[in-house]
Design a protein around this ligand. Sequence first.
Ligand SMILES: NC(=O)c1ccc[n+]([C@@H]2O[C@H](COP(=O)([O-])OP(=O)(O)OC[C@H]3O[C@@H](n4cnc5c(N)ncnc54)[C@H](O)[C@@H]3O)[C@@H](O)[C@H]2O)c1
Length: 319
Amino acid sequence: MNNKKVVIAGGGVLGTQIGLICAYHGFDTTFWLRSESSIGRTTPKIERYSALMLEDLLKAKALIGNPMGAFMYPKGMISDWQSMTAEKIDELAEEGARRFKENIHIELDMAAAVKDAYIVIESMSEDPQAKIGVYTAMKDLLDEDTILCTNSSTLLPSMFAEYTGRPEKYCSLHFANTIWKNNTAEIMGHPGTSPEIFNAVVAFAADIGMVPLQLHKEQPGYILNSMLVPFLSAAQALWANGVSDPETIDLTWRLATGAPAGPFQILDIVGLETAYNINQMKPAAQQEGTVENKIGKLLKEKIDRGEKGVNFGKGFYEY
Ligand SMILES: NC(=O)c1ccc[n+]([C@@H]2O[C@H](COP(=O)([O-])OP(=O)(O)OC[C@H]3O[C@@H](n4cnc5c(N)ncnc54)[C@H](O)[C@@H]3O)[C@@H](O)[C@H]2O)c1
């Protein structure tokens, strides 16, 4: 087994970012993709995200000495902010660009892709049947010691453990979007994950510049979304029931807790389409008169007007 070999199954938004951060931190990184057309979709993503990562790294030079810098630098790419100098950042960017070039490979042959891998991180679409299909195809091709992780946001590892052929070496390793800035990694086993493997995944997450956040048992939504989703729902209910308006609700939260952003500012960052999709998954959203139904209608009106959040220049606020 090669302790420096990582395989990413799925070259979408998150898969690409995970592969790049592994390559940046010196891991030999192979994307396993299912077809030539997948290569055509993943290659531009690799180019775009690697350019964005290096751009954010170089921009951090302007943050040195700025008291807000410690909150804004790309934390997944710089381990010791206090000792950073412009020269050191230039060196990191040069080395990063070299590693992106040398450490990244794309492979369509699954057996060749996973051979000798230390860890395989599955980051495919949130489709249980697709994930089961790939685990089943992969299980006899993996080296005995290879660790298998899923980046799934909403599906539990216990749903898939039996299909992996290595339940004790399988767990969730869940990253956040814009991994090079939001460097959290939630690690969550299922009841059959071995403690040694869990600890090895925690150590691996730290080795690729993440802050490992350990869950001691399975929890849908992990730690962050278990808190964030109900919090955002409560804020939207206050708005949809006409109790208060987004600005006042945000102001209340900021003043009372010292938090830099209120729930509607967070919703603008998450994107109103995502918020709408999460709301519509609740059965009550389909029933006339419920608060979930009112939230759905209000969000839909904003989405139809193009007010979809920060990335669209307007959401609850103008940007
Ligand atoms: N997007 C996010 O913000 C985010 C954050 C954390 C975790 N996740 C999780 O990461 C995973 C991927 O999400 P994403 O946003 O990158 O999705 P995406 O749609 O951008 O990418 C999905 C990838 O899976 C591939 N794929 C689908 N079916 C396949 C199959 N049968 N065989 C091989 N490849 C297949 C697709 O070709 C694509 O490259 C999901 O499990 C999601 O829950 C997403």
